[in-house]
Design a protein around this ligand. Structure first.
Ligand SMILES: [Cu+2]
Length: 66
């Protein structure tokens, strides 16, 4: 499992958006988003370029932070 910090989520709608967007990235499954921690955890069927993940999250108005 991989975990990324996602900045800017404030409610369950944000959680749903991030979950949906990450789930749509090829190779990513089992997305779990924790609003309190501001984290998204997921399984990678094959290694996914971190930039692809960052771009997908940025596109919907949030930010991946390290
Ligand atoms: Cu929200």
């Amino acid at each position: 499992m991989s975990t990324v910090k996602v900045k800017g989520m404030s409610c369950q709608h944000c959680v749903a958006s991030v979950t949906k967007t990450l789930s749509e990235v090829e190779g990513i499954t089992d997305v779990q988003v924790d609003l309190d921690k501001g984290e998204a955890t997921f399984n990678e069927l094959s290694p996914v370029d971190e930039q692809i993940i960052k771009d997908a999250i940025t596109k919907i108005g949030f930010e991946v932070v390290n």
